[in-house]
Write a protein that binds this ligand. Structure first.
Ligand SMILES: Cc1cc2nc3c(=O)[nH]c(=O)nc-3n(C[C@H](O)[C@H](O)[C@H](O)COP(=O)(O)O)c2cc1C
Length: 385
């Protein structure tokens, strides 16, 4: 919306931008089916605008839960603001008629370096919850990471969508419960297990709406969680990685690593990948922004295992910067849920499409036709105004 005001002020009509956005919609977002229906004047052009539509769709309480974080919300802000301290060093006179955003991750070809972070309780945002998200992921060829705390079971999510779904695990203090969760994910067809390592307890979240979580299904735990057994394991240590490797054929990715020491231990203990994450600022307050943690982790694991990152990614330029600093791909949490809350499956497609279009445009403007062309030379840290 602000952008429209700017164009008006600058004496430029918004029409060409709107047209190109619509043309892109059918080209990139939904190429194998019906184009997304723009909402006329109200069509969200950025993730920030999509967030405004989410408020109408899911209601203020749900949005408060989704956007909330630990303590004073400093880590949430840090995640986003840190991207603004990085500038792009664009190269000129490069042939950018064709842009490729393809990559290989764990032997699978992805069209896009964007995955969907695990987000619990998606039925709070839309009645079709994780099923709508997974269908959007399938339709646009993205990978979804389904939370242990999803309201549909991992089997239902995969079966209904046929999407490429990774399973995020909160191990229970009772190993047998964890084992059965893993078996459920493996038999649903998941090839990657994402172990969340930043949550021995829940962060202190004061500004959340008081949702009665009892009304939302903990679908994956049905029939396997004995009375009184907790969902989080404060006693978890590094030996769980070895135990997981012996318990499943799925690849093991550790989500929540923020230091080079732990990146080293993750690799030494046999992790197949890392997601640099601080849980979107919902756990420990005063964490560094994830993008500020990335370099030391990349320096430590080099190219030995893929490193992904999430937290605060709202623009194509944020993705560009994360890739320049060595991330293989990024994950987004809240933004796709804004889409889900606003329009269900089509909203998730829209969120992914907005980011993808921005990334392609930014790669053209920066003179980097393929993801591998994006390097440290394409960014710099300058003074923040
Ligand atoms: C409402 C909500 C629920 C979440 N639930 C989980 C979860 O169940 N498991 C997990 O590992 N991370 C969870 N996360 C963290 C996300 O996976 C991700 O790390 C974070 O949202 C990324 O930051 P972003 O929202 O700024 O993109 C959750 C985040 C939100 C906002």
């Amino acid at each position: 919306m602000k952008r429209r005001l700017f164009f008006k002020w600058a004496g430029i009509t918004t029409l060409p931008l709107t047209i190109s956005t619509r043309a892109w919609s059918s080209k990139y977002v939904d190429s194998n089916s019906t184009p997304l229906q723009p909402e006329g004047e109200n069509y969200p052009e950025s993730l920030y605008e999509l967030e405004q539509f989410a408020k109408k769709g899911m209601g203020e309480d749900a949005l408060l839960y989704l956007n909330g974080g630990a303590d004073d919300l400093l880590t949430i802000k840090a995640n986003m603001e840190a991207y603004r301290k990085i500038q792009i060093r664009a190269r000129r006179l490069v042939d950018v008629r064709t842009i490729s955003t393809q990559l290989q991750l764990f032997g699978k070809a992805l069209d896009n370096p964007i995955l969907l972070s695990p987000v619990a309780n998606q039925r709070y945002f839309h009645a079709e919850g994780e099923i709508a998200t997974a269908k959007a992921a399938k339709k646009t060829n993205h990978t979804m990471i389904a939370s242990s705390l999803s309201n549909f079971s991992i089997n239902e999510i995969v079966k209904e969508s046929n999407a490429d779904v990774w399973f995020q695990l909160y191990p229970s203090p009772v190993r047998d419960v964890t084992k059965r969760l893993i078996e459920r994910a493996e038999s649903a067809g998941c090839k990657v297990l994402v172990l969340t390592v930043d949550s021995p307890v829940v962060g202190k979240r004061e500004k959340f709406s008081l949702i009665d979580f009892g009304i939302l299904r903990k679908a994956n735990y049905e029939g396997i969680l004995p009375e009184g057994v907790g969902i989080l394991d404060a006693g978890m240590t590094w030996n769980i990685v070895d135990w997981l490797k012996k318990s499943t054929k799925m690849r093991i990715v550790l989500k929540g690593i923020v230091t080079h020491e732990d990146a080293h231990l993750a690799y030494e203990n046999g992790a197949d990948g890392i997601i640099v994450s601080n849980h979107g600022g919902r756990q420990l307050e005063s964490n560094r922004a994830t993008i500020d943690c990335l370099s030391e982790i990349i320096d430590t694991v080099k190219d030995k295992i893929p490193v992904l990152i999430d937290g605060g990614i709202r623009r194509g330029t944020d993705i560009f910067k994360a890739l320049a600093l060595g991330a293989k791909a990024v994950c987004i949490g809240r933004p796709f849920c804004w889409g889900l809350g606003a329009y269900g499956q089509r909203g998730v497609e829209l969120a992914l499409g907005i980011l993808r279009e921005e990334l392609i445009r930014d790669m053209k403007l920066a003179g980097t036709p393929a993801l591998n062309d994006i390097s440290l030379n394409h960014i710099t840290y300058g003074p923040v105004k």
